[in-house]
Design a binder for this molecule. Structure first.
Ligand SMILES: [Zn+2]
Ligand SMILES: [Zn+2]
Length: 288
């Protein structure tokens, strides 16, 4: 029995959506373990003092899943609408999808997804902060937790993520299909990389090349001009809400006068913090 094409498009959209959202959650769990390991082996730094209560726990994983799934509906639907008719005509392995790995196409596509995402996100994110009504009713939820933590990455109202992230991602899907054709790697790897970048933005650690070890394509973007140390500068956004609106590049914030670098003196490794605690204990003893 042949199913109507629109049903197949919807099923493929749901399948892709499920795949990327599940990937994001698994990466969050791995990143939590990895950053903790790096921190306790003194390889990465974390904010010295606590700056607020931490409300996000692993229970928030399901919320993250739902938020990302909503964000991805439009770009995945755009992709499925293009791929399904081609697969029906030619078959999955007969030219409907190109499986050759072109490093240059993949690198350009990674840069493309970051740029499409960042430019659109900057505009909407700034609007969500500068309009008090929109901030109060839509974006405030994402700012409830300071310090940031990987489990708050996609925390927010569904409408916020759809407005701020879906259009840029959809534009990237259309541009990639036009310029590189339906190339498997040029479509898959940039999407996975951006998801991992966003998780890294909320990891709560000072940037270090080892933070990106699970996602080698992040190094391609970090080599570009004005690529920001995403973890520390996005934490500044959560601390000083009207700064650092663009997650990935700083040029938009520099042009718009909203750029603020992190105060690196406020970060330390676990051993420094441990010593600080010892000094504090000594201080208490002396006073007694
Ligand atoms: Zn954030
Ligand atoms: Zn914000």
């Amino acid at each position: 029995m042949a199913y109507p094409q629109y049903l197949i498009v919807l099923a493929v959209t749901a399948g892709l959506d499920l795949f990327f959202s599940t990937f994001s959650i698994l990466h969050m769990l791995l990143l939590e373990q990895w950053t903790n390991y790096l921190y306790f082996t003194k390889k990465v730094l974390k904010r010295r003092s606590s700056i607020g209560k931490m409300t996000s726990t692993r229970r928030a994983l399901l919320d993250n899943f739902g938020d990302l799934a909503c964000t991805l509906v439009a770009p995945m639907f755009t992709l499925s609408r293009h791929l399904v008719p081609a697969i029906q005509r030619r078959g999955l392995y007969n030219g409907a999808i190109d499986y050759t790995f072109h490093p240059v196409h993949v690198a350009l596509s990674v840069i493309g997804i970051y740029l499409c995402f960042d430019v659109w996100y900057y505009i909407v994110h700034r609007m969500l902060h500068e309009n008090p009504f929109l901030y109060r009713t839509v974006h405030k939820v994402h700012h409830e937790d300071v310090p940031v933590h990987v489990f708050i990455t996609f925390k927010g109202k569904y409408i916020e993520n759809i407005l701020a992230a879906s259009p840029g991602l959809t534009l990237w899907v259309i541009a990639t299909l036009r310029l590189a054709g339906p190339n498997f790697w040029a479509l898959l790897l940039p999407a996975l990389t951006l998801i991992m970048e966003f998780n890294t933005a909320h990891s709560g650690f000072l940037d270090h090349p080892l933070l990106y070890a699970m996602s080698p394509l992040q190094y391609v973007v970090k080599a570009l001009p004005t690529a920001r140390p995403i973890a520390e500068e996005h934490e500044v956004h959560h601390l000083r809400v009207k700064k650092n609106y663009a997650p990935v590049f700083s040029f938009l914030d520099r042009l718009g006068g909203t750029h603020a670098p992190a105060d690196l003196g406020k970060f330390a490794t676990a051993d420094v913090i441990e010593n600080m605690h010892d000094d504090a204990k000594q201080g208490v003893k002396k006073e007694e």
